[in-house]
Write a protein that binds this ligand. Structure first.
Ligand SMILES: Nc1ncnc2c1ncn2[C@@H]1O[C@H](COP(=O)(O)OP(=O)(O)O)[C@@H](O)[C@H]1O
Ligand SMILES: [Mg+2]
Length: 377
């Protein structure tokens, strides 16, 4: 059983004032595929390398399979790691690259042969076993690097942005292969990426990091729907969530917001006023995703009060499958984005009425940036 547990794990690099990873607490279940997601420099690789034993742990406790690992050397951790740079041995054939680590560990010859064969079959590398790395494509080299991890048959796989060097199409197919591989092997996998699409599509849970801190952990769609703070709301989603300062006002029934301090008062019938104690009459951060704005009252909101505002179209990107528009509200400095249907006729300069799904509204605290309430509870 390879449950991986981080209990308040921190890392300070020598000579640095800042913590690269700050009191990270996380339990990764046996056989789970977890993704660490965040912008460059947020501490993902550092966290992974501490799990691997390639970096020392400054404070806190790391355990794998119930055993404390803080001072256990990397080679004794039953972990295999795959990096962005494949670091294959250039003078060795694919077969020897796959077998090398096992030979060094003294695994019997016949076992090595059968493990190399199984991994090569699994990864479609059988016909390349005799080739040297320079005669392989980027995707094939990447698979050899994966194969080297697979032959080890470790309890835990660690991946550090392993697909970053591949072109877009190959990234998508390799992503799917990795998910299948996980299903087949049933091993615990921790995958680091700054790519939100990889995280959303691969992770059973995603762990979002910012400046050394773990800010939210959850199933991908839950994190997308219920971001715990504005950082997550912005980081997940492309285009990201629209976020505006807005004045929260009491209305006859419930509350409304005035975006940018001016403009129409937008009623928020799905926001529970009880959750807003202390915020009414003050500025909050109002958030709505581009796909929750509509040109026409959406069918799924029939029978509900429609909430709309006037805007001017400033940019139109007709992408075929959808139309992205940038909209301006009079008197509001920040623009916002809407993801309209592919049939949208919006043109630059048009004055449009924009309808909003008030179930999909989020209000955040401007000081802490943490969520106050989600419209869709
Ligand atoms: N070997 C190191 N020595 C000093 N600082 C480091 C070292 N490696 C990483 N850092 C710093 O730690 C922080 C986190 O880095 P890293 O874990 O590599 O982030 P990520 O993988 O999310 O891009 C960054 O500020 C980075 O500059
Ligand atoms: Mg990194």
């Amino acid at each position: 059983m390879a449950v991986v547990t981080l209990d308040e794990v921190s890392k300070r690099y020598p000579g640095s004032e800042e913590l690269a990873v700050q009191s990270m607490t996380l339990t990764i279940a046996d056989g789970e595929f977890v993704v660490l997601l965040g912008p460059s420099g947020c501490g993902k690789s550092t966290a992974l390398r501490m799990i691997a034993g390639l970096e020392s742990i400054t404070a806190g406790e790391l355990s794998i399979g119930g055993k404390v690992m803080n001072t256990v050397p990397a080679k004794d951790r039953d972990i295999a790691m795959v990096f962005q740079s494949y670091a294959l041995y250039p003078h060795m054939s694919v077969a020897d690259n796959l077998a090398f680590g096992l030979r060094r560990r003294g695994v019997p010859r016949d076992q090595i042969a059968s493990r190399v064969k199984t991994a090569a079959d699994m990864l479609g590398l059988t016909e390349f076993l005799g080739r040297k790395p320079h005669a392989l494509s980027g995707g094939q080299r990447q698979r050899v690097a994966l194969g080297r991890a697979i032959v080890r048959d470790p309890e835990v796989f660690l991946f550090d942005e392993p697909l970053s060097n591949l072109d877009a199409a190959l990234r998508v197919s390799t992503r799917n292969e990795l998910v299948k591989l996980h299903q087949r092997l049933g091993a615990t996998m921790v995958y680091v990426t700054h790519d939100q699409v990889e995280a959303m599509t691969m992770g059973q849970r995603i762990c979002i990091m910012n400046q050394g801190e773990l800010v939210q952990v959850g199933e991908p769609l839950d994190v997308y729907k219920y971001p715990a703070e504005t950082f997550v709301a912005r980081f997940l989603g492309n285009p990201p969530m629209n976020l505006f300062p807005a004045l929260l006002e009491a209305m006859d029934e419930g509350v409304g917001v005035r975006v940018g301090g001016g403009g129409d008062l937008l009623r928020l019938p799905n926001v529970d006023p009880a959750a807003l104690a202390g915020h009414v009459g003050k500025t909050v951060i109002f958030g709505i995703r581009p796909e929750d704005l509509y040109e026409h009252p959406p069918g799924h909101l029939e029978g509900e009060p429609s909430v709309s505002f006037q805007a001017r179209v400033s940019t139109v990107e007709a992408l075929g499958a959808e139309t992205l528009v940038v909209l301006e509200i009079e008197g509001v400095e920040d623009v916002f984005r809407a993801r309209l249907g592919r049939e949208s006729k919006a043109r630059v300069g048009d004055k449009v009425t924009v309808f909003m799904d008030t179930h999909a509204v989020h209000l955040f605290d401007p000081q802490s940036t943490k969520v106050i309430v989600h419209g869709r509870a």
